[in-house]
Design a binder for this molecule. Structure first.
Ligand code: ARG
Length: 470
């Protein structure tokens, strides 16, 4: 493989006599994927240049030339006019080399800086924007769930444990369970943002710099400030270039978010099956079969569920990359970006599509009513009734168990047993007991905080409605 002479503008200039082997560069370069950081790289460099001027390391004219040059490069990149060169290794070297070609003062830009703190900076800046977008998308998904609940306020379905019918719940209560989960995901995301939003620039390659950089100045320029506008800068140069816990943390938040979405999707897949029939997902959000003309598949749910695997995989992959690394920067860290990008791309695709799909999902009230019309779902209410009559819970549980066995033997529904049959099981079972089998009463009787009762559901729906819309 012919080797190229190293030129002045690569990271190899001076030290190396030969350029890298083509296959070595093909293997090591990150231009294949890190150009996504370009605009943040430019913003970081502009702030760095302003700071260098502020501390007297760049003349006004040099700084202005660098800023204008970088802005020009940014415009070219946006227009797809920038020529990326793999032999320049990464996004950082590409931009710096082109700047220096355009503006001689560009050769001063990297003063007091290393790609090690630069890449940490760029990744943090890129990620904090994605986090803000994702947070809004999560809120919209929550809103879609709330709307579906509000539009089907009266619909009851069986709630399941072990995927066996357990007790009646309002469909909206089931949906709001996911709203709660997504709210915690949202909170974790914003909490993670606090640690992402810390400026590493000034850490150099590993050990800071002897130059009089003003780290807090750059931090303020780039919005790395807390709620009181206090600059947030990393406090250990080695930590700043070696660690990627902000990436891991985000990816772990995303993995849990993906898991929550996956569980929602599994419920929706079940509910949209002929066996359940609780919902119909709109044609626009389902796919057909190439063979079976009758099929309408919940593809979006399945793919969202499936993509959870890669989001979890990305987290495990990152942790594995980090686990054996000595301090500080090692090229292994370059592997963080594709995992991070893929995670962001995946959740930023699944969250909005689920919201859109939910807005095109109809609830089949008849199928829901038929499924919930089973008095045995209220067996526990009968136990509670006996408890209120003074019977110890364990005994009441046993008595109702006997009653169910009797009903099964007589091939009758629980509420069809005669007063004599009730008495036969336990003398406390008067015909009043049968009143518990009224679903309306059953849902009115559930009043404790967090229960699926009518009043409690209305309270939570109103809460989310207001909370998510303000
Ligand atoms: N492309 C590198 C990365 O993605 C940037 C930092 C490279 N630093 C270095 N000393 N090779 O992590």
């Amino acid at each position: 493989m012919p080797k190229k002479k190293s030129s002045q503008i690569t990271a190899r200039s001076g030290r190396f006599t030969d350029g890298p082997a083509a296959e070595a560069n093909a293997f090591t370069n990150s231009v294949k994927f890190d150009t996504r950081l370009a605009h943040h790289d430019i913003a970081g460099s502009i702030a760095h240049a302003r700071m260098l001027h502020h501390v007297g390391l760049l003349k006004e004219k040099e700084m202005a030339g660098i800023v204008a040059g970088l802005e020009g490069i940014g415009a070219d990149i946006s227009r797809g006019k920038f020529k990326w060169r793999a032999e320049l290794e990464d996004v950082h070297m590409n931009i710096e080399a082109e700047l220096t070609r355009r503006v001689p003062a560009g050769a001063k830009l990297h003063t007091g800086r290393s790609r090690n703190d630069q890449v940490a900076l760029d990744t943090r800046m890129w990620l904090r924007e994605e986090i803000c977008e994702l947070a809004n998308e999560i809120h919209d998904l929550q809103l879609a769930l709330v709307e579906l609940g509000e539009n089907n306020l009266k619909v009851l379905i069986p709630g399941y444990t072990h995927l066996q019918r357990a007790q009646p719940v309002f469909l909206a209560h089931h949906l709001l369970a996911y709203v709660e989960m997504f709210e915690r995901d949202y909170e974790r995301l914003l909490d993670c943002l606090v640690r992402v939003n810390v400026c590493p620039l000034g850490s150099g390659a590993i050990a800071g710099t002897t130059l009089p950089l003003d780290r807090e100045y750059v931090a303020c320029e780039l919005g790395f400030v807390d709620a009181h506008d206090k600059p947030m800068v990393t406090q250990n140069s080695m930590d700043a270039v070696a660690d990627r816990d902000f990436v891991v943390e985000f990816c772990s938040v995303a993995a849990l978010l993906a898991v929550h979405q996956s569980r929602l999707c599994e419920d929706l897949v079940l509910w949209s099956s002929s066996e359940f029939g609780y919902i119909t997902i709109g044609d626009a959000f389902t796919t057909g079969s190439s063979l079976m003309p009758q099929k309408k598949n919940p593809d979006i749910c399945e793919l969202t569920r499936g993509k959870t695997g890669r989001v979890i995989g990305n987290l495990v992959s990152l942790l594995t990359t980090l686990k054996g690394l000595p301090l500080t920067y090692n090229s292994d860290l370059q592997e963080d970006k594709e995992r991070l990008f893929d995670t962001v791309d995946t959740v930023r695709a699944t969250v909005p599509i689920l919201a859109a799909m939910l807005r095109d999902t109809a609830v089949n009230t008849k199928a829901c009513a038929a499924a919930v019309n089973d008095p045995s779902l209220l067996a526990t209410d009968l136990v509670d009734w006996l408890v209120l009559e003074g019977m110890p819970f364990r005994k009441a549980h046993h008595v109702v168990g006997k009653l169910i066995a009797l009903a099964e033997a007589k091939k009758k529904r629980l509420n069809q047993l005669t007063p004599a049959q009730l008495k036969q099981v336990d003398k406390n079972l008067t015909k009043d007991a049968l009143k518990v089998f009224d679903l309306k009463t059953a849902m009115a009787n559930r009043t404790t905080i967090g229960s699926p009762g009518k009043i409690e559901l209305k309270r939570r729906l109103a809460y989310w409605h207001k909370f998510l819309r303000h």
